[in-house]
Structures are given as C-alpha cells and as structure tokens.
Design a protein. Structure first.
Length: 85
C-alpha cells in the first residue's frame, strides 16, 4: 500500500511492501514535482515524485491510466499550495 499526504508544509509518502517493510519519504511541497516516464517501453507512464534530493516511484501496482490520474491530482494539489505562497 502507499499513502500520500500533502500539506502546506510537507508532502509525504508511506509505503508498506508485501513483506511488511515500511518505507517513508517526505519533502517540502513547494519544491516537489511529479513526473511520468516511459521506461524504454518496459513501464508505461512510470510515476515518480521528486524532492528533498530524491526521486521515488509511486503506484507501481497501478495501471498506466491510474498513474496518470494520480499525477493530475498530485499536480493540482501542489499547484494550490504553491499559489498560496
């Protein structure tokens, strides 16, 4: 599972792998950016979040359409936060 939380002061991702390992990432939402890549035809619309000197994958378990939809929602929320600053 992955949980993405976006607040004016922080964007965070908490991922729990099938083996129970928990991985967390956070960044300032003002500098965070989402990206979609096509990984040499291997992965269609590979979704990442970049910030705090790191780029992480999101939604590996989602379809390409779902990853595009999540990117739109993340970008809209980040844009709202950035426009308020």
């Amino acid at each position: 599972t992955e949980t993405i939380e976006i607040y004016p002061s922080e964007i965070s991702v908490l991922r729990e792998d099938p083996n129970g390992k928990i991985i967390s990432w956070s960044a300032n939402p003002y500098w965070a950016k989402s990206n979609l890549y096509n990984r040499n035809g291997l992965v269609e619309d590979y979704l990442t979040l970049k910030g705090n000197g790191r780029e992480i994958e999101l939604g590996a378990f989602l379809t390409p359409e779902e990853r595009r939809s999540i990117k739109i929602k993340i970008d809209a929320t980040l844009e709202k936060i950035k426009s308020k600053n």
